[in-house]
Write a protein that binds this ligand. Sequence first.
Ligand SMILES: C[S@@+](CC[C@H](N)C(=O)[O-])C[C@H]1O[C@@H](n2cnc3c(N)ncnc32)[C@H](O)[C@@H]1O
Length: 549
Amino acid sequence: MALDQDWGQGYITDIAYIEGFFRELSPVWLNYVAALKGSYPRKLDQKFTYLELGCGLGQSLATFAGAFPQSEFYGVDFNPAHIDAAQRYAAIAGITNAHYIERSFQTLHEVALPEFDFIVLHGIYSWINPDAQAAIQKIIFDKLKPGGLVYNSYNCFPGWAVPYPLRRLLVELSSAEDGDSAERLLKALQNAQTLAQVKSGYFQAVPQSADILKDLGNRSRNYLAHEYLNANWDINYSLDIADQMRAAKLDFLGSATLLDNHPELQLPPAALQLMEKQPTPRLRQLYFDYLTNQRFRRDIFVRGHSRLPRHLQSLVFRDVFVGTHKQAKNLKQKIRLGRGELSIDEKIFPILQDLLNEGSFRIGDLVQSVQKRTGQVVDAERAIMMLLAAGELLPFAEAAKMPKPVGTLQKVKLKLAANQAIAAHSWATVTRKVFICPRTGSGITFEPLEALLLSLVISGRTKPEQLIQNLIQECKARGIKLEIREAQKPPLAKAEDGKEKAAAAQAEKAPPSKAEQEAVTNRAAEQMVETFLNKTLPTWHRLGIVDLA
Ligand SMILES: C[S@@+](CC[C@H](N)C(=O)[O-])C[C@H]1O[C@@H](n2cnc3c(N)ncnc32)[C@H](O)[C@@H]1O
C-alpha cells in the first residue's frame, strides 16, 4: 500500500484541537429526540455500541463510556496527537470500554469494527473534503444497525451568508504570515480587525462584521485555526445534508438543539403559519432555516421506521426518563426564549416542581401523578416537553430517587473511582474537565478550582472560613490569580465633569496597593466558596456524582 505524505488532507494538523464536551452526543440525549419525534430510541439497559467519527481529544466519548461501562465506545481520528491524548485521558480515568482508533474516515474499512447503535460526528462535516464526506456516508451505510441513530452537526445557510466572506479573508491574510496555524491566524485576525475599522465597502455594508471579528478575538486560537484555516471548508443547506444522508439509508428525525424541535416556541404566529402551510417536510425545513436564520445545525437521523404510528409514538415517549439538575426553588415557570416568554401551566408547574424534587421519572409516571393530583385531564406531557426544550429539565438514563439534602458536610465522597481520578487530574493540570454522570448517561463540566474545593471538603475542611483560607493558600502556591466575577464588581463612581472623569481614569489605571489586591483575592475566594457550597455541590448531589452525608 502506498502511504500518503499528506495524510492530513489539508486539515489542520500542526496544532492540536481543544478539549470539549458535548452533551448532545450522549446516547440518552439522542434517544430523547428519537422518542420526541416519534421513532424508537435504542435500548440502553443492555450492551450497545457507539462510534464517534473525528473524536478529537476524546473527552465526550470517554465520559459516555464511563456512564455506560457495559457498552462499547469507539472513537476515530486521523491525528495521532489527538488519539494519543484521548488514550491517555481514558487511561487516567481507568475507562477501558472507550477504544480510540488512529485512522482516516477513508481507511477505516481496514479495521474490524462491530455494527453500531449510534454513529455521531460533531464539528466535522463542513470542514472536510467531498471524498471524506463520501467515506462517512459509506461508514454509516456499512456499519449502522437497522433502527440506529446518527448525529451530524455542520455550518449552514442562510445564517452563514453574512460572515461567509470573512473566512476567505482570514485564510488569505494568514497565508501571508509566519508561524504555526494558531500564530498565523492571530496575526490575520488583527489585520482583518484593522481593515474593518475603516468601515468601507463590505465592512460598511455589513456593519456587524466588525463585531464578529472582535468576538473571534475572544476565542481560543487553536479552536479558531481549526475552525477557519482548513483547506476544505464549506457551508451547506440542511436539505443537501438530508439528501446525502438519505444515500446512507437515513431519514431526518429532528434536532439535538431541543428548542429547534418546537418552532411554535421560536416563530411569530404569521411565520409559523406560513411554514406549517408548506406541503412537504422538505419545504417546511427550508422555511424553518430561513425564518430562524440557522447557522449551525445538530441533526439527528434514523435508519428505518422514521415515524411510528401515533398510538405507539405516545407509548414510546412516555417510556423515556426525565429529571433535573436544578433545585426545586430554581426551576423556572416563566422562561425567556427568543420570541418572548414561555409560561408553563400554573396548575401543572408546582406539581412537577414538587415531584421532580424527589427524583427522576419515566415521563408516563410523571404524567399520571400530575393527573392524579390535579384531578383533571391536563396536558402534563406538553409541559414536560416545554421544560426540556427550555433546558429546565434534562433527559435522564434512569428513574432514581434523589437522596435527601443533608444540612452538614461531614462525609463527602465522589462516588465513581473514575471521577476521583478526573478531579485529581483537573487540579494537577489546572484544566476544565468533565465528571461522568451515569444518572443522566452524560457528564457535567467543572473547573479546576471546583476540583480543589471538592478535595478540601472531602478531606474534612467543610467550614466556609477554612475553605476560603485554604483556597487562597493553594492558589498562591500555584501562582493562580483569583478574580471577582464581573457581575459582582462594585460599579465605578459616577464621574460628572471632565476633572472627575480624569481623576477616575487615573484611579482606574493606578496599580492596586497590596491591601487592595488582598481584598480582591478575599472577596473572590468568598464568592467562589459560596457558589460552590450553595450551588455546585447540591447540583452534583442531585446528579448522583457526590454523596453528601
Ligand atoms: C473540529 S475537530 C472536532 C473534534 C471533536 N468532534 C469535537 O467537537 O471536539 C475535527 C476532528 O476531525 C478530525 N478529522 C478531520 N478529517 C478527518 C479524516 N478525514 N479522518 C479522520 N479524522 C479526521 C480532526 O483531526 C479533528 O480532530
